[in-house]
Design a protein around this ligand. Structure first.
Ligand code: GSH
Length: 218
């Protein structure tokens, strides 16, 4: 058995969520970089693995899994020494699942509405999109009743939510005290900066630079 192969790009938030999970599990993954800008994800061999042409994708000795949430659940269930990051208890697990869906359906989806038009040449972020993101921040703020998004302990839902929040907060900053306290808590993880912090900052800055360039070309 060889290490699972991880098709990834450090700038991609869902890839970073998986990377945080692997680090938390102390698990070695063989990284294969998929350069989205060069169209690697549209090549036939990649499409065979994931017809939806998204990263991350995991190939664990022939078991192919796409979608970061599915990958994180798989990794913790297969390689976790305990179930703390994805509890087996159904009530606790349901909370984690709800937060994972919140990331996928609200945080990531709304960030996409902002980031994709900028990549396509848009020169300013329309106010209604800023408001839409800020409403999502407020929902996260309201969700943070405990130290972590799904309760009092760290789970994969935190990895998922922080991966996109750390990128987008640079593009549309806002002051939400619980979100900032939660970010500071996650920054204490010894692997945080390497697995998410530095790349999220780079991602946010790249988007801001493109936005500036687009505005200069108007
Ligand atoms: N819900 C998916 C989202 C994956 C996703 O949209 N990844 C982006 C990069 S951040 C991608 O691969 N985009 C290329 C494309 O959609 O063609 C997940 O969590 O894995």
């Amino acid at each position: 058995m060889t290490n699972p192969i991880f098709y990834t790009l450090h700038l991609s938030p869902p890839c970073r969520a998986v990377q945080l999970t692997a680090k938390a599990l102390n698990l070695e993954l063989d990284h294969h970089v998929v350069n989205l800008l060069a169209g690697d994800h549209l090549k036939p061999e990649f499409l065979k693995m994931n017809p939806q042409h998204t990263i991350p994708v995991l190939d664990d000795n022939g078991v192919i899994i796409s979608d970061s949430h599915a990958i994180m659940i798989y990794l913790v269930s297969k390689f976790g020494k305990d179930d703390s990051l994805y509890p087996k208890d159904l009530a606790e697990q349901a909370k984690v699942n709800a937060a994972l869906h919140f990331e996928s359906g609200v945080l990531f989806a709304r960030a996409r509405f902002v980031i994709e038009p900028i990549l396509a040449g848009c020169s300013e972020i329309p106010p209604e999109k800023i408001e839409y993101i800020q409403k999502a921040y407020q929902l996260l703020e309201d969700t943070l009743q405990d130290d972590y998004v799904a309760g009092p302990t760290l789970t994969i839902a935190d990895f998922s939510c922080i991966s996109i929040i750390a990128s987008v907060m640079r593009i549309i900053p806002s002051s939400y005290p619980k979100i900032y306290a939660w970010i500071d808590r996650l920054k204490q993880l010894p692997y945080y900066e390497e697995a998410n912090g530095a790349s999220a900052a780079e991602h946010g800055q790249i988007i801001l630079n493109i936005l500036k360039k687009n505005a200069a070309n108007v």
